[in-house]
Unconditional design. Structure first.
Length: 342
């Protein structure tokens, strides 16, 4: 079965301009705290299997060298000490309980997209064609269920709105590779009443320890919502407004996310929501506008990736505490799409 990837859609010439502006301004701001690529000390490479037996990070190698775009590993205790590089090439990656998803783009004359499911030896198990550009992927903690979000065209989505981005998110069985469902086929409820609009877009899935419960972002009428999904019932419940790319903490008590607080030049800030009280607070140590889905390092620290400047294509992974205002620090050089594996 084909899987459609997420893609920003702007009518006519606007698609090119919109994508360029979104990448340039949403991911980072000029003049921030990042270093140039030439300042990076060389990182010794080792066999990936030598790092996979202890807590480690999986990520996309993000600098333009012989390992560009390759799925790589780094030890969690010393992320920049050494690096294992696999044969897989990924735009986005996720991994849990011995199963992984690699979203790849073959950028030839005609760009082709695919999702590759792989095992704990980083060997491909199966692949699936994708009909759009990859943006988000996550796997449930038990490794049973995966989620893939892609940008799609107006034709692929069934409608077009000026200035809108169009997404499609599917859930799949990580063992068989079968698609479980498209999130737009689920029912959605808000304040006890059915909520259904033609312009629904879902993205940014994050799973609870029980994979039957998951969270995602829903966009409709230029508003975004945090929704909780019930997989057996194929049902969503709206929980909170202005939530994009949620990430559930390891203890399943908090949601970290990006919140829209500004205009098009610097729209987002990271926030944390307490699911018990629905109280939210900013991640005060990170003041840049960053477009990424957060990965939790532990219950009090988060990881995310951003480019070094508006003129750089090199990403680094940063770490911030969710408590206090200690400035965020760079955690892993030349890396994007971080995933913690313990």
């Amino acid at each position: 079965m084909n899987i459609r990837r997420t893609a920003v859609v702007i009518v006519g010439v606007g698609i090119v301009v919109g994508l360029a502006l979104a990448f340039t301004f949403a991911r980072t701001k000029p003049g921030d705290r990042r270093q140039s690529a030439s300042a990076d000390p060389p990182i010794p490479t080792v066999e990936p299997s030598s790092l996979a037996t202890s807590p480690h990070l999986l990520f996309r190698h993000s600098t333009s060298d012989g390992h560009y775009n390759h799925l790589s590993l780094a030890p969690l205790a010393a992320p920049n000490a050494r690096r294992g590089v696999t044969a897989l090439q990924c735009e986005r990656v996720s991994f849990a309980a011995g199963r992984g998803i690699c979203l790849n783009a073959d950028r030839g004359v005609f760009t082709k997209y695919e999702a590759v499911l792989f095992d704990d030896r980083f060997q491909p198990l199966r692949s699936m064609k994708l009909d759009g550009s990859p943006t988000r992927t996550r796997i449930s903690p038990d490794g049973r269920i995966g989620a893939i979000t892609v940008f799609v065209t107006a034709q692929g989505h069934g409608y077009a709105l000026l200035g809108a981005f169009l997404t499609r998110t599917i859930l799949l069985d990580m063992v068989s590779g079968d698609v479980i469902g498209d999130l737009e086929q689920f029912s959605t409820w808000r304040d006890g009443a059915r909520f259904a609009e033609k312009d629904f877009n879902f993205w940014g899935v994050t799973f609870a320890r029980d994979p039957n419960t998951f969270y995602a972002s829903l966009r409709s009428a230029n508003k975004t919502y945090l929704v909780r999904g019930d997989l057996p019932l194929r049902k969503f419940t709206v929980l909170h407004e202005n939530v994009e790319c949620p990430a559930l903490s390891p203890n399943n008590r908090l949601i970290a996310y990006k919140k829209r607080v500004g205009g098009t030049m610097s729209p987002w800030r990271f926030y944390v929501l307490d699911l018990a009280t629905m109280a939210e607070r900013p991640v005060a140590g990170e003041t840049r506008s960053i477009d990424d889905q957060i990965e939790w390092l532990d219950d009090t620290h988060v990881l995310y990736a951003t480019t070094r400047s508006s003129q750089s294509a090199v990403f680094d992974v940063w770490m911030a505490s969710i408590d206090g205002d200690t400035p965020a620090t760079r955690f892993l050089n030349m890396a994007d799409s971080p995933i913690v594996a313990r």
